[in-house]
Ligand binder design. Structure first.
Ligand code: CMP
Length: 139
């Protein structure tokens, strides 16, 4: 089925001018970018967005990293968009990521791993709504 998923191009990637190269990977895979904006999160926003990880040892580091530079938040649409995006991103840890994936080609470490993508339809809907109004989604 056609789905929408939420994506972040993270600070390590925007800082290295990889926004276009990463967007090209999405488009080449058949995903359509139906919304896109460059923002810089506040600490409160980052802590809310990553709330599910608040008990993890890397939570503080994760939130500080995510506010350290601008990010690009996007909504990607396509057939099985959630799974397709996860395939294009590759494994969370770039050391484990398959050849040709975004994280294999661009990520620096498990923390500075260039992209975030929703893991399920429910989280995709929540994450899209956190950053975008319905008017900003142009299918
Ligand atoms: P993301 O998909 O954005 O969701 C949670 C993030 O936590 C994950 O990507 C990783 O970048 C980050 N993360 C996971 N494990 C670690 C770790 N051990 N140290 C730092 N960051 C981590």
């Amino acid at each position: 089925a056609v789905q929408r998923t939420f994506s972040i191009i993270k600070p390590d990637a925007t800082k290295r001018n990889l926004t276009g190269a990463i967007a090209a990977k999405f488009e080449e895979s058949g995903l359509r970018i139906v919304a896109s904006k460059r923002i810089q999160m506040t600490l409160a926003q980052a802590e809310t967005f990553y709330g599910v990880h608040s008990e993890r040892p890397f939570f503080g580091e994760l939130c500080e990293f995510m506010i350290s530079e601008p990010i690009v938040v996007q909504v990607l649409e396509g057939e099985d968009a959630i799974a397709k995006n996860r395939e294009v991103m590759g494994a969370t840890n770039p050391a484990d990521a398959a050849a040709g994936t975004i994280r294999k080609e661009f990520a620096l470490s498990i923390g500075e791993n260039s992209v975030h993508g929703s893991d399920a339809p429910e989280t995709a809907a929540e994450e899209i709504a956190f950053f975008f109004s319905g008017l900003e989604l142009v299918g």
